[in-house]
Each structure stands twice: as structure tokens, then as C-alpha cells.
Design a protein around this ligand. Structure first.
Ligand code: MN3
Length: 202
């Protein structure tokens, strides 16, 4: 069963001006699609290695599965974490999640400031995450390098992921990652994050 590139729940240009249509089209149809294709290739080889009982070959494929599988998982979350303003993008969270944000970060503004500042500092390529920690029953910020998938790497449950690979912003924001991180709050789909939070806390 091959993995497939999921459709975006909005048009490529629907997140403008925060993220340009050009970036969204390349990011989804080229970058994410490549992760999906390479994940499928790696999983085919993995199945072959399993058939041959070739443990060495299976181990050698772990890196490709982590990178491309992580890329597929991360982007699939990211697209649904965003929404055009006409579909609620940028509207602040409410209910239990809003209460949790105030408890942990002082306020919604405090969360945005902390998240943006820590994500801006990620060296090289990676992702900033707002996550749920089952052990502490609390939301936390976590940075991940490359395409390391949050839950498989840390046990934390992903709520909001922001991609800070240069392909996510460079065509529009050049080297100024903080400007991208400031603009993205105008298109964050807090309804999606509330849904993820309500499932995570069960
Ligand atoms: Mn990306």
C-alpha cells in the first residue's frame, strides 16, 4: 500500500499574503511529493530486505525511512495546521486549549513570542512544534532537526508544526526567518490544533 501525496485543503494562493502561492505550489507538489515517492521506494526495498531476511539491508534503510517518512508525516500535519483567513485562519484558540496556553505560556501572545523566538533559533533545517506531553499532561515547545518526526523521535504528540526549512520561506522572506514566523500566525488554523489537543489529552 503506497503512500500518497494528500490534497491541500485550500488553493495554493489561499494563504497569501503570509505564504505566496509560488512557495505553496513548490512546497506541496515538489518537496512533499518527493518525500512521498522516496518513502515508497525505501519501503519497497525494506519489504524486499524482509523477504530476504536481510537485517543489514533493513538497518541501512532506516535513515531513508526516518527522513522521507518524517517529511511526509510533518508536511501532512503542517498543511492542516494552516487555513486561509476566510476559513478561520488566524482566529485565536478557545476552550480547553486556550486555558492550557494561558497556564503554560502566560497568554496567547506569550505562546506566539516563545514559539517564534525558539523556532527562529533552530540551526539549519528543522521544525518548531507545539506538542502535548502525556507524562506531564501539559503542552510544551519542542524543536526538531531535519525531518525528524516529533512523535516517533520524542514521544510528544504533535499539535502545531512550523516548517523552517528554507524552502518554506526563502522565495518570499529571503534570509529573514523571523518575518516568516511573524506572518504565519495570521494563517494558523487553531480549530485544527484544538481538535488535535482534545484527542491528545484522552
Ligand atoms: Mn517543507
Amino acid at each position: 500500500m503506497a503512500h500518497k501525496l494528500p490534497d491541500l485543503p485550500y488553493d495554493y494562493s489561499a494563504l497569501e499574503p503570509a505564504i505566496s502561492g509560488e512557495i505553496m505550489e513548490l512546497h506541496h507538489s515538489k518537496h512533499h511529493n518527493t518525500y512521498v515517492m522516496k518513502l515508497n521506494e525505501a519501503l519497497e526495498k525494506y519489504a524486499e530486505a524482509q523477504n530476504n531476511n536481510d537485517v543489514s539491508a533493513m538497518i541501512a534503510l532506516q535513515g531513508a525511512i526516518n527522513f522521507n517518512g518524517g517529511g511526509h508525516i510533518n508536511h501532512s500535519i503542517f498543511w492542516t495546521n494552516l487555513a486561509p483567513q476566510s476559513q478561520g485562519g488566524g482566529e485565536p484558540p478557545s476552550g480547553a486549549l486556550a486555558d492550557q496556553i494561558t497556564k503554560v505560556f502566560g497568554s496567547f501572545e506569550g505562546l506566539k513570542e516563545t514559539f517564534s523566538a525558539k523556532t527562529a533559533l533552530i540551526q539549519g533545517s528543522g521544525w518548531g512544534w507545539l506538542a502535548y506531553c502525556k507524562a506531564s499532561k501539559s503542552i510544551v515547545f519542542k524543536a526538531c532537526a531535519n525531518q525528524d518526526p516529533l512523535e516517533a523521535s520524542t514521544g510528544l504528540i504533535p499539535l502545531l508544526g512550523v516548517d523552517v526549512w528554507e524552502h518554506a520561506y526563502y522565495l518570499q522572506y529571503k534570509n529573514v526567518r523571523p518575518d516568516y514566523l511573524k506572518a504565519i500566525w495570521s494563517i494558523v488554523n487553531w480549530k485544527n490544533i484544538e481538535d488535535r489537543y482534545s484527542k491528545a489529552i484522552i
